[in-house]
Design a protein around this ligand. Structure first.
Ligand code: PAF
Length: 283
């Protein structure tokens, strides 16, 4: 398993793989890999013959004051995990390789509506940064399949919409969130939590589960339910950035007729911003 840092080298390696008739899979990541990322690699391995994992902490998707500088960069440990997982190639460009003329005047991909609200409201420019870097990675690698985690539910919706609108010749696949035994969604940012915060963190997913189960048992006063859940989070020590029920496909606010729902949350635990979601259907 090679690690390549330049687009030219990567393209040369990929053209050889393509000439050998291989289907290409891409797993875009920002590194600091955990079992959730490895599940994406495994899915790509099942569906394609040659799996590229990109590792790039993309400055364009971080707003001023966010954790760009402190975001964990652990390339050597990531390489060992990817070798064990059977990835074929790691693409680890630096910022200059991806943005050789800087980011200021760089072309941006903006995906309206689905990028608005939720994380889009609290992280201005975030989804534009994600859509721009993902479209670059898709153009660089030209994979048959690209795999993303469902933990970033809104991100996945943005990427699907972008691929559809721009007629990108790639299948976008979402994979279920991998959780710790106590339910906490695996995330590179969990590493920021103190021991005490880590004990508290599973409350986020438990809250989502209790909202889903109340709705599945017939509760229809969504506003009151969400408000109660928000207070419960607060009592447990989590400050909700948002806690919202949405249509799972469009991400529009739910109506009385919505049956395919997702409850999404972002909450601060100390300085760490955790996100999670739970997709469910009602009869
Ligand atoms: O989910 C992530 O790790 C990033 O947002 C992604 C998709 C790799 C783009 O930088």
């Amino acid at each position: 398993m090679n690690t390549l840092h330049s687009i030219a080298q990567l393209r040369a390696a990929l053209s050889r793989a393509r000439q050998d008739g291989k289907r290409i899979g891409l797993v875009p990541t920002m590194g600091n890999l955990h079992a959730g990322h490895i599940a994406l690699v495994e899915k790509a391995r099942q569906r394609t013959d040659f799996v590229v994992v990109s590792i790039f902490v993309n400055p364009l998707q971080f707003a001023a004051g966010e954790d760009l500088d402190s975001y964990p960069r652990t390339l050597e440990a990531d390489q060992r995990k990817l070798l064990d997982a059977g990835a074929h190639l790691v693409f680890a460009p630096n910022v200059n390789e991806m943005y050789p003329h800087g980011m200021q005047g760089h072309t941006r991909i903006s995906v309206p509506v689905v990028s608005e609200g939720l994380c889009g409201a609290s992280r201005p420019g975030h989804f534009e940064g994600v859509a721009t870097v993902v479209s670059k990675l898709l153009n660089i690698v030209q994979p048959d399949l690209a795999v993303f985690g469902q933990k970033d539910f809104q991100q996945l919706a943005v990427i699907r919409k972008m691929a559809q609108d721009l007629c990108l010749p790639v299948q976008i696949m979402g994979e279920p969130t991998v959780r710790a035994e106590d339910g906490l969604a695996l995330s590179s940012r969990n590493g920021y939590l103190s021991e005490a915060e880590r004990q508290t963190a599973p409350v986020l997913y438990k809250t989502l589960q209790s909202i889903a189960s109340e709705i599945q048992s017939g509760q229809r006063d969504y506003a009151a339910l969400i408000e109660r859940a928000r207070q419960q989070l607060e009592i447990a020590g989590l400050r909700a950035d948002y806690l919202d029920l949405r249509d799972a496909t469009s991400l529009h606010p739910v109506t009385a007729n919505t049956t395919d729902m997702v409850v999404l949350a972002a909450a601060y635990l100390g300085k760490t911003r955790l996100i999670d979601n739970l997709h469910f259907v009602i009869n």
